[in-house]
Design a protein around this ligand. Structure first.
Ligand code: ADP
Length: 498
């Protein structure tokens, strides 16, 4: 039972299948090559014999005289060539008159049997001598060249047939076939062994890669498969695999960081609520003290639910559950509206907010998400720009794209922090946990996700102490999307200062 299982296991291996395929291919090639050679050999042997018979036929016409029905061979008996030729012709030959009466016939021809009257008549009718294969009583085949010869002196036609044994040809072909068949198993066995060995050589590195890959687990994602330096397909596979592990490691690290951040974010307000309630419970004596503790706790609870809401939204967005409702959107109008909403908070923070908008600027986008994106950028700019500063919003058509820029004269972002500000929960140091201005560190993650979900990009340039510029590029609406245009989209005014 276990032997059968072992055999099945081996037959499923790539090594076995490669060897089998290789051997089968080898066999087919061998059979095809053998068949072609056999055919070529048979054709050339046949052509050789036919050439000889044609020469003999022509010579026979010259040497043969038939006087009053008696055939006589005229040739120089002292000439070895002529004697040889006549001797060869006379080995297998038959001469008959037009009526089919045999005039002369060699012993060998007798073993084949004289041609029938009907056959002779058919040959005499044909303008050219013909070919046929006949067997003698021992089963030996002969190629016969038969036709009419004309006796001009007596104006008579005779039937002449000469032939040659095909036994030698058959012997050569049989020898070739059996030698070839004898060699095939040898070739197959050596082909199998070679295939098995080559497959093992080709697959050993694959097994090594698999073993190395096996050692990589969630807890040691820092392991890499060493490259063999051969620069072949396997090295390419190793490089690709290593890159995949790097990506996995990054996502694992991000996930780990994310859970640490989330627990930290949730723990801070929970600890605060607990502390306030404990203090009120054990030391509070007046209604005012209880009220204050409850108010503070409510603020922290609000922050908690803000975090939970934001996390839920982000996870929905990243898992693709947040479907975008794209329509042809008049961005000029939308930006103007959001900027309007921010005017009062900006005034309270003693900041100037202006918008530079073109005549028309449309994108195929989700209104709610784009509004959220602009709001996040504007609230960041407000938070991180000191009083007296200025924030400018600019919208521009850039060919196939729409460019939205939010530029401030705030505190800027140090180059070390720039690559991380789009990460979840990333905040630049400077605000401690009790700071009311301290955000969740999720705003820019949303901005990045919204831009990406619209096949757009977002980039940031910043100089510490001078200000930051966030640039969002979104694909512009195509003309074909006019049909979907909302009925009430008004044409935006020119340059708008708010
Ligand atoms: P937060 O909720 O803290 O604003 P964000 O993801 O929106 O989170 O921003 C991440 C960090 O990027 C902020 O904590 C801040 O340090 C920095 N940042 C974002 N926008 C600006 C800006 N306009 N000027 C300076 N720093 C900024």
């Amino acid at each position: 039972m276990s032997r059968i299982r072992n055999f099945r296991r081996i037959t499923r291996t790539l090594r076995f299948r490669l060897t089998l395929g290789y051997t089968l291919f080898f066999c087919l090639m061998l059979i095809a090559v053998g068949a072609i050679f056999w055919q070529k050999l048979a054709t050339s042997l046949d052509a050789q014999i036919r050439d000889g018979l044609e020469q003999e036929w022509a010579a026979a016409k010259g040497y043969l005289r038939i006087e009053k029905g008696v055939p006589t061979w005229y040739f120089d008996h002292y000439d070895p060539d002529e004697s040889l030729m006549v001797g060869r012709i006379q080995r297998v030959y038959m001469l008959a008159d037009a009526q089919g009466n045999v005039l002369q016939m060699s012993e060998t021809y007798k073993s084949i049997g004289a041609d029938s009257h009907a056959d002779i008549a058919a040959v005499m009718r044909s303008p050219q001598p013909g070919w046929k294969v006949r067997k003698n009583d021992k089963g030996v085949s002969f190629l016969i060249h038969a036709g009419a010869i004309y006796d001009e002196d007596h104006d008579k036609e005779y039937f002449l047939a000469i032939g040659r044994s095909l036994a030698d040809n058959h012997l050569i072909l049989d020898q070739f076939t059996w030698t070839y068949i004898g060699v095939i198993p040898l070739v197959i066995v050596s082909g199998c062994l070679l295939g098995w060995f080559l497959a093992a050589r080709a697959l050993t590195p694959v097994l090594e890669v698999a073993q190395a890959a096996n050692r990589i687990s969630g807890s040691n994602l820092s392991l890499r498969i060493p490259s063999r330096g051969a620069g072949d397909e396997l090295d390419y596979l190793i490089v690709t695999f290593n890159r995949m592990i790097t990506r996995l490691e990054n996502s694992f690290n991000q996930m780990r960081q994310f859970s640490t951040d989330v627990s930290h974010e949730l723990r801070t307000p929970i600890t605060a609520i607990r502390g306030q309630l404990e203090v009120a419970l054990f030391t509070g004596s007046t209604i005012e003290q209880y009220r204050e503790a409850m108010l503070n706790s409510l603020q922290d609870i609000e922050r908690l639910s803000q975090i939970v809401r934001a996390l839920l939204l982000l996870s929905q967005a990243e898992s693709g559950q947040l479907a975008l409702q794209k329509t042809r959107l008049d961005l000029c109008r939308l930006v103007a509206d959001v900027v309007d909403q921010f005017q009062i908070p900006y005034e309270e923070a003693r900041l100037r907010l202006s918008a530079d908008l073109p005549q028309e600027c449309c994108a195929e986008a989700d209104r709610i998400q784009i509004e959220r994106m602009i709001s996040n950028l504007l609230s960041n700019a407000m938070k991180f720009t000191p009083a007296g500063g200025e924030v400018r919003v600019r919208l521009r058509n850039e060919g196939q794209e729409v460019e939205l820029v939010v530029e401030d004269t705030g505190r800027g972002i140090a180059p070390d922090h720039l690559p991380h500000i789009f990460d979840r929960f990333y905040r630049m140091p400077g605000h401690d946990a009790s700071d009311p201005e301290r955000g969740l560190g999720l705003g820019l993650s949303f901005v990045a996700w919204i831009a990406k979900a619209h096949q757009g990009t977002v980039r940031v340039e910043s100089t510490p102490g001078e200000g930051s510029r966030f640039t969002v590029l979104l694909p512009a609406a195509t003309n074909s999307s006019h049909a979907a245009e909302g009925a009430g989209i008004p044409v935006a005014s020119g340059m708008k200062e708010t």
